[in-house]
Design a protein around this ligand. Structure first.
Ligand SMILES: [Zn+2]
Length: 73
């Protein structure tokens, strides 16, 4: 038996794309189309082992806000 599937995304007036609509995860796509070496390089740049993140990234918004305030000052 051969199976297939799919879905259609309709955007009124082109206001939203499949990324904005969260139909596609850009990070998941990047990893899927990367080589093992590219994934290792990305993981090394990130600085935190992915196994420690449980699918989420570190919360750095407060640190970003503090840094931005210091830069403006
Ligand atoms: Zn979009």
């Amino acid at each position: 038996m051969v199976g297939f599937g799919g879905r259609m995304v309709y955007s009124v007036g082109g206001e939203r794309c499949v990324v904005c609509s969260v139909v596609l995860d850009q990070t998941a796509l990047d990893r899927a189309f990367s080589t093992e070496l590219q994934r290792a390089e990305t993981d090394g740049i990130y600085g935190v082992p992915r196994s420690d993140l449980a699918g989420a990234g570190p919360a750095v918004v407060s640190l970003n806000g503090t840094l931005a305030s210091l830069v403006v000052t």
